[in-house]
Design a protein around this ligand. Structure first.
Ligand code: ADP
Ligand code: MG
Length: 345
């Protein structure tokens, strides 16, 4: 073995994925899209099948001291369904793999599966398998999801073209602020267990963190409006990071406008209370599970009345230019901070 030791933290999560994937080249004609998008795209004859997987690890992605375990089950399914939505597809089946220690009772597992069941009912997906094993201490949940889509309807990260309009759904930064609130209340509780957690005023933020929803209805609305997104990705790591993915895969640049970025009033006020910049929270917070997509200029009319779709900027051909125009009219370069567990740790 070589004496050299290279730190993974030097690469970061995305650098590591690039590094891992380099030697792999699909050999099956049915592999339409391998690594690099929200889901793999596989030829299943009449339609394409979409396949994605996401893992949640205790201590990294969740803290059971403030996460109701049934919400965790729900979230683990929702984030997978979101990746299928991000391809413009419909999730149909999941498998659930668990690593459990003896810290967990049957009641805890039942609660976890109540959440999984509730998400399966809500998103109309079937639980079709999984794996169960033991772990030394923490809980690990890994879910894989299968979806289906008509062959001419797949929205890749790579389809954004110059002059396309950049759209994002819902509002951004709320899940991140929810996490800040939960972490603060945990600290308060640890120093003074008599104190009741003061979460009520922040309910919207906390629910966005603990029980996010996949924006499946947007896929339906776009189809009904006759709009085919040119590119799409879901916002798991933060708007800026996802814009960088779209730019890299599409070979384009972006120009977004600060005053168009949708931020809920409570997110804004709570960020100020925490002495954080609300825009930074919206750009880099992550875990919003909103959809970020681009559409052709000519589709503007078809989506402009949708209450949950916000047009935040446009695509341009200079791929080295990823900028935001501030409220004052200044130009700032976007930075893709995102969530990077390898650097956080
Ligand atoms: P998302 O945030 O949409 O879940 P990721 O950033 O996790 O996507 O992953 C990006 C791409 O890299 C996906 O195609 C995913 O399947 C692939 N990927 C992630 N980790 C690995 C790994 N360890 N081995 C192979 N492919 C991976
Ligand atoms: Mg994704």
């Amino acid at each position: 073995m070589s004496q050299n030791r290279s730190e993974i933290s030097q690469l970061g999560e995305f650098g590591l994925i690039d590094h891992i994937s380099k030697p792999f080249h699909p050999v099956n004609a049915s592999t339409i899209k391998a690594i690099g998008d929200d889901a793999a795209v596989l030829d299943a004859g009449e339609a394409f099948v979409l396949l994605s997987t996401d893992m949640l690890v205790e201590g990294i992605h969740f803290d059971l001291s403030y996460t109701p375990i049934q919400h965790l089950g729900y979230k683990a399914v929702a984030v997978n369904v979101s990746d299928i939505a991000a391809m413009n597809g419909k999730a149909e089946q999941i498998t659930v793999s668990l690593a459990l220690s003896n810290r967990f009772s049957l009641e805890a597992v039942d609660a976890l599966y109540q959440g999984i069941k509730s998400a399966c009912d809500n998103y109309k997906v079937d639980l079709v398998g999984g794996d169960t094993t033991s772990s030394v201490s923490g809980l690990i949940i890994s879910i894989s999801v299968l979806g289906r889509i008509a062959k001419d309807k797949v929205a890749y990260r790579s389809g954004a073209r110059s002059a396309d309009i950049i759209c994002v759904t819902g509002d951004l930064g709320a899940a991140f602020m929810g996490l800040q609130v939960l972490a603060r209340e945990k600290e308060v509780f640890l120093t003074n267990p008599e104190m009741q957690p003061g979460l009520e005023p922040y309910e919207y933020l906390v629910s966005r963190q603990l029980k996010p929803e996949a924006r499946t209805e947007i896929i339906f609305d776009l189809e009904e409006a006759g709009v085919m997104p040119t590119a799409m990705i879901d916002v798991s790591d933060g708007l800026a990071s996802e814009l960088f993915h779209l730019c890299k895969q599409s070979g384009v640049g972006v120009r977004i406008f600060e005053d168009k970025i949708p931020i809920d009033q409570l997110t804004f006020e709570t960020a100020v209370e925490f002495k954080l910049d609300p825009i930074t929270c919206a750009l880099n917070g992550g875990e919003d599970y909103e959809l970020l997509f681009t559409v052709k200029q000519e589709d503007h009319e078809r989506i402009k009345k949708h209450p949950d779709i916000h047009m935040i900027g446009y695509v341009h051909e200079r791929k080295d230019e990823k900028i935001m125009i501030t409220k004052q009219g200044n130009v700032v370069a976007l930075k893709a901070q995102g969530w990077d567990h390898f650097r956080d740790a």
